[in-house]
Design a protein around this ligand. Structure first.
Ligand SMILES: C=CC1=C(C)c2cc3[nH]c(cc4nc(cc5[nH]c(cc1n2)c(C)c5CCC(=O)O)C(CCC(=O)O)=C4C)c(C)c3C=C
Ligand code: FE2
Ligand code: FE2
Length: 337
């Protein structure tokens, strides 16, 4: 048999853990947001409309008008000190804290489905660092084709370009994982204990998806409902104290409801003046929690007649959050470390 001209380099074998978040623009500017939205909204996992119909709309009105509006929103929450999006600050910190927890046993890194650092560059770097086994961990607690599958699809596309692929495992959604529910419950309890007032209601607001995707079998809304139910049970709340709603809808089509802004107005009408809101669909605070909930929704609630509003931050890089993320990752690392 003919031998190759030279053998491929063989690094010391290692196991890698790549945490994946959605992605974010590189600057709160029209150009940077346009670039980010073009990649994100160009993904058929996110917008399923046939390309021939969707692309003229995307590259016409959407990418002409939306970047300005979104850039303004990003500017309100931008991390000025580090000149980066809050999603980047938090996701990086989550990866650093996981790396500390695993020490030399696992090479931990992070990447985005859309934008930079990309899955392609990080998978390539991990392979070059000797990772012959890689666990991909999409941080979305509830599964959706639009978030979880989109992330893993992008990773597999990058792997398809490698001649010598690592062995790969993917972390499943953890919407009902006991450690996730316990971490959420602990963060809610800690926050509520620090308030000088008691909320009349607790609202769990999840990012929505188009209703048609649910009708076609995306389990995301069911996962959200289950997270809410388990959280309510874990906290020992009276039935109906924790309500669930969906935010961040885009465009005129029907999305899964009830819509958070309508829900909040209804709550005020029914006499709820003190409200606490959490965002269990995000592992890390982002534009949708920091601006849409903590700024816009707060204003909606107060304008409608509410008196007290509190936003409970996402688990982020908190101690309970990091212990939970490690426990979820550990399940897929079994036998590899
Ligand atoms: C239009 C289709 C969209 C679907 C479907 C969708 C699903 C979805 N998104 C997240 C998580 C995040 N989305 C974020 C921002 C964001 N989402 C959309 C659209 C869809 N999302 C847009 C256009 C944007 C950008 C902001 C805007 O212009 O309004 C973010 C925040 C990112 C950040 O930079 O901070 C997150 C996180 C999930 C979990 C999900 C499905 C379950
Ligand atoms: Fe989104
Ligand atoms: Fe939004």
């Amino acid at each position: 048999m003919e031998k190759p001209a030279s053998h491929p380099k063989i690094a010391t074998p290692r196991t890698g853990l790549l945490i994946i978040n959605l992605g974010t623009p590189e600057a709160p500017t029209y150009g940077a947001v346009r670039k980010y939205l073009a990649e994100f909204l160009g993904d058929p996992r996110v917008i399923e409309t046939p390309r021939a119909l969707w692309l003229p709309i995307l590259y016409g009105p959407i990418l002409t008008f939306r970047p300005a509006r979104s850039a303004k929103a990003y500017a309100k929450v931008w991390n000025r000190e580090k000149n980066e999006s809050p999603l980047t600050t938090i996701t990086r910190s989550q990866a650093e804290k996981l790396a500390e927890k695993y020490g030399d046993n696992v090479l931990v890194d992070w990447a985005y489905t859309y934008g930079t650092p990309s899955l392609k560059e990080k998978l390539q770097a991990m392979k070059e660092a000797g990772c012959n086994r890689i666990v991909l961990f999409a941080l979305f607690p509830q599964y959706s084709a639009t978030s979880t599958a989109a992330a893993y699809d992008k990773a597999f596309k990058a792997l398809a370009e490698l001649r010598w692929q690592p062995a790969v495992r993917t972390v499943p959604a953890y919407y009902d994982n006991a450690d996730y529910i316990a971490a959420l419950a602990s963060s809610v309890q800690t926050d509520l204990d620090q308030l000088s007032w008691k909320p009349v209601k607790l609202l769990a607001s999840y990012h929505s998806i188009p209703k048609a995707y649910w009708d076609k079998g995306d389990p995301y809304p069911c996962h959200c409902m289950k997270t809410s139910r388990l959280l309510s049970e874990k906290l020992g709340l009276n039935s109906g104290y924790l309500e669930t709603s969906f935010q961040s809808r885009v465009g005129p089509a029907e999305w899964v409801g009830p819509y958070t802004d309508n829900k909040v107005e209804e709550l005020v009408e029914s006499g709820v003046t003190k409200l606490a809101v959490l965002s269990p669909a995000f592992a890390s605070d982002c534009l949708e929690s920091l601006e849409e909930i903590n700024m816009e929704l707060r204003e909606t609630f107060l304008k409608a007649g509410g008196t007290h509003f509190h936003f409970i931050p996402c688990l982020n890089d908190s101690d309970v959050g990091m212990t939970m993320l490690k426990s979820v990752a550990d399940q897929e690392l079994q036998g590899w470390v």
